[in-house]
Design a protein around this ligand. Structure first.
Ligand SMILES: Cc1ncc(C[n+]2csc(CCOP(=O)(O)OP(=O)(O)O)c2C)c(N)n1
Ligand SMILES: [Mg+2]
Length: 437
């Protein structure tokens, strides 16, 4: 039986309202003057009772339908008692610094991309930082993270040094993949960042495998202290891919220590989530497979963190997987090559007012956790770090030509090395004719 979150004890099943925005009816009037998150305020979906897994007779699994109310409750209590704050000062500063790092790093990426320093497509995470920070800052070094092509911020949150991420984006040898991956392919064995993946959904089975490894070590190899968890991050559009369902099934079946973190930014390139998905409430797919499903406001790092603490705790205790749908928004186009003309300006403006960094700042000021000068000092430190990462990447060497086929084949003699024992790519004729292709 899947274990429920403690939040279920205090939460009644919510009379579900829409968790979605993006379609025309939500724009314009309904957004005006609304300070609440669309997930808990806007138009109603007609859901029948049978959708609620905890009321289902077929399985005894319980699911959290939302935790926002728990957080709200704690927030209001926190006004009267400082002991009930959602974070300590130190925790708040860690969250703030990580989100500012993600934002500043990527703003710099945009500059560098338009100056021709990066190649291919580069996909930024601006606006979604609360998800990466809220989850990853709770992890241990041994825990794993699997990302998508929108992977720079996940890598940074997990501790990959900014200069290594920037260098990778520049295609330099000092990058975390020695410049061989470039954009979309952040990987760090040392930090257990198991990859960005350009093909959507490809990371989910890898993450499931990593979670299986932890369980295998603990239960078969008897490494009792192996309580490592894996986070798989992916988007709303990816939830319509087969790997997602296959992996939910296996993870639930084997009670794997994994959290499926859906970053529902409401769009898959130019396709609205509501138009492309038969049942747009992604969190509900968890209980269908026998694991809790949670919907959370992904623009609020404190709410994300509350949910993440529960889910990571469950995984670590061996209680199995969780599906978390974080409703979020990207502030820029799909990639830096996207002019972003499809999304309604009213929608973009609405989410701009929900900037997760601004929201955290407000919380910390209101609760007297920090002062302006302390945050400014962090901003300055991060600006310097990001600038240094650019200088480092710029000054680093490009990979030698013979690196081209390294790490491509387990045994490079097959394709990469010719009969003379030399790499084929060292042969001046190796790329002959490809310029015309
Ligand atoms: C298997 C596969 N099919 C199609 C694509 C083309 N593609 C690139 S991004 C994308 C949309 C993904 O949207 P979502 O999962 O919501 O992630 P987001 O970009 O919003 O973070 C698609 C369909 C791909 N990369 N891989
Ligand atoms: Mg999306």
């Amino acid at each position: 039986m899947a274990t429920s979150f403690s939040a279920t004890k205090v939460l009644q099943p919510l009379p579900l309202k829409s968790t979605r925005s993006a379609e025309k009816p939500l724009l314009g009037q309904s957004l005006k003057g609304s300070s609440s998150f669309l997930g808990s305020s806007s138009h109603k979906l007609s859901l029948k009772k049978t959708f609620y897994p905890h009321q289902s007779q077929r399985r005894s699994n319980k699911a959290v339908v939302a935790v926002s109310d728990v957080v709200k409750e704690k927030k209001s209590k926190s006004k009267s008692s400082s002991s009930n704050l959602l974070i300590t000062k130190e925790e708040g500063l860690v969250l703030y610094e990580d989100m500012v790092l993600g934002r500043a790093f990527e703003d710099m990426c945009a500059q560098m991309y338009y100056r021709g320093k990066m190649f291919g497509f580069v996909h930024l995470y601006n606006g979604q930082e609360a998800v990466s920070t809220g989850f990853i800052k709770l992890l241990k070094k041994e825990d794993s993270v699997v990302s998508t092509y929108r992977d720079h911020v996940h890598a940074l949150s997990k501790g990959v040094p900014a200069r290594q991420v920037m260098s990778e984006l520049f295609g330099k040898t000092t990058g975390c993949c020695r410049g061989q991956g470039g954009s979309m392919h952040m990987f760090s064995k040392e930090h257990n960042v198991l990859g960005g993946f350009a093909f959507i959904g490809e990371g989910i089975p890898v993450a499931t495998g990593a979670a299986f490894t932890s369980k295998y070590k603990r239960e078969v190899l008897k490494e009792a202290d192996c309580d490592h968890v894996t986070l798989a991050f992916f988007g709303d559009g990816t939830c319509n891919n087969g790997q997602f369902y296959e992996c939910l099934n296996m993870a639930a079946l084997w009670k794997l220590p994994i959290i499926f973190v859906v970053e529902n930014n409401l769009w898959a390139i130019g396709m609205s989530h509501l138009r492309s998905t038969s049942d747009p409430e992604i969190w509900k797919k968890g209980p269908a497979f026998g694991m809790p499903g949670v919907h959370v406001d992904g623009m609020d790092v404190l709410k994300v963190r509350e949910v993440a603490m529960e889910a990571v705790g469950r995984a670590r205790r061996g209680e199995g997987p969780t599906l978390v749908e974080c409703e979020t928004y990207r502030f820029r186009g799909h990639s830096l090559a996207d002019p972003d003309e499809l999304r309604d300006p009213a929608e973009k403006n609405h989410y701009a007012t929900r900037d997760p960094i601004t929201a955290l700042k407000k919380y910390m000021f209101e609760n007297n956790l920090v002062n302006e000068a302390e945050l400014k000092a962090i901003d300055k430190k991060i600006d310097e770090l990001v600038e240094e990462s650019v200088e480092f990447a710029d000054a680093s060497p490009v990979p030698a030509r013979n690196q081209l086929l390294e790490n491509v084949f387990a045994d490079p003699r097959g394709f990469g090395i010719g009969p003379d024992g030399r790499y084929r790519c060292e042969d001046p004729k190796f790329t002959e004719g490809t310029a015309q292709v």
